[in-house]
Write a protein that binds this ligand. Structure first.
Ligand SMILES: C[S@@+](CC[C@H](N)C(=O)[O-])C[C@H]1O[C@@H](n2cnc3c(N)ncnc32)[C@H](O)[C@@H]1O
Length: 302
């Protein structure tokens, strides 16, 4: 399904984007930021808002599908599953999972009302409203009955949650015994011993965290991530870095395909072009990207 971003924006939107990008003191919450960004995305066919997983992908749309597939495979998504997708953006991954894995039902929760409205329209246009039930709601206070879903999936969104640990405890509550949680997430890398590199790491993490409303409570590395999941009552916890398949190939793609930026507001385009002058090593110096999986202890009913 192809969606075109509207290029008619009010003066207020231009000013708010300017403030969000350039004011180091602004502190907007995630739903405000996503409402401001609207349907701007670097994809050309859909409206994915993730960075993609680049092993075979030649373009950003396929890389985003690849990331959705990676999460689904890690979750062993199948026909019997009741799935809960938190932070679903515009619903692209739900349409992908429905098409490729045909789970029994997908329920989505997203905190940004403007995205929920558009995602619901897209699902309704395909007459999939019964199978893909997209709702406004928060991953940290879910209106979902305990023990009612088989899989909880969070595709590039858990870094926003206030807090990620509150989400872990909600995910454990709503999962059936034996159910599985899979997350694709952005976290800081452990700090280097070298002062220059450490400064670069701190600066790049701060930039991303302040632009994308990442609470300080969520700024911990892979080891701490695994410990917190275990402490929340999960077992079979795995936290795997996939940063080499995300940041550098995305950066290279954007450097070599300037047309991918054409759907963005001119200010965003300018900021991205500036970032693309530097190497991926510099721009993403402080960032890890992890694929996380864990099980709620118990027996899976067959
Ligand atoms: C980077 S976007 C990713 C969207 C989508 N998963 C994708 O890959 O295209 C992050 C999403 O998380 C949602 N979000 C942020 N905080 C949330 C919360 N507390 N509960 C539910 N959704 C949230 C945002 O509204 C947004 O849709």
């Amino acid at each position: 399904m192809t969606f075109k971003a509207s290029h008619r924006r009010s003066l207020g939107t231009h000013l708010a984007l300017f403030d969000w990008l350039l004011n180091p003191l602004q502190r907007r919450e995630a739903p405000i930021i996503y409402t401001l960004l609207g349907q701007q995305s670097t994809t050309t066919c859909g409206l994915y808002l993730n960075l993609g997983y680049w092993t075979h992908a030649r373009d950003i749309d396929s890389a985003c599908d690849e990331l959705a597939a990676l999460v689904a495979e890690r979750a062993a998504l199948g026909a019997e599953d009741q799935v809960l997708d938190v932070g679903f953006g515009f619903g692209d991954q739900d349409l992908y999972w429905w098409q490729h894995y045909r789970p029994q039902r997908i329920i989505g929760l997203n905190i940004t009302r403007s995205q929920v409205a558009i995602a619901r329209e897209r699902v309704a246009a395909l007459a999939l409203g019964q199978a893909i039930d997209l709702r406004h709601g928060s991953a940290t206070a879910m209106q979902i009955p305990a023990g009612s879903v088989d899989k909880v999936l969070a595709l590039e969104c858990a870094f926003h949650f206030r807090t990620r640990e509150r989400f872990f405890s909600e995910a454990r509550r709503v999962l059936r015994p034996g159910g599985r949680l899979v997350i694709a997430d952005i976290i800081p890398l452990p700090l280097s011993d070298q002062p220059k590199q450490r400064l670069r790491q701190r600066l790049t993490w701060w930039l991303v965290a302040s632009k994308f409303a990442i609470p300080k409570d969520n700024a911990y590395t892979a080891d701490a991530y695994a410990q917190r999941l275990s402490a929340a009552g999960f077992d079979a916890v795995e936290v795997e870095s996939i940063r080499d398949q995300v940041y550098a190939p995305l950066h290279h793609y954007l450097q070599t395909h300037p047309e991918a930026l054409k759907r963005l507001h001119p200010l965003l385009r300018w900021a991205l072009r500036l970032a693309l002058r530097f190497s991926a090593k510099t721009v993403y110096a402080g960032l890890d990207y992890v694929l996380v999986s864990a099980n709620k202890p118990g027996v899976v009913e067959l």
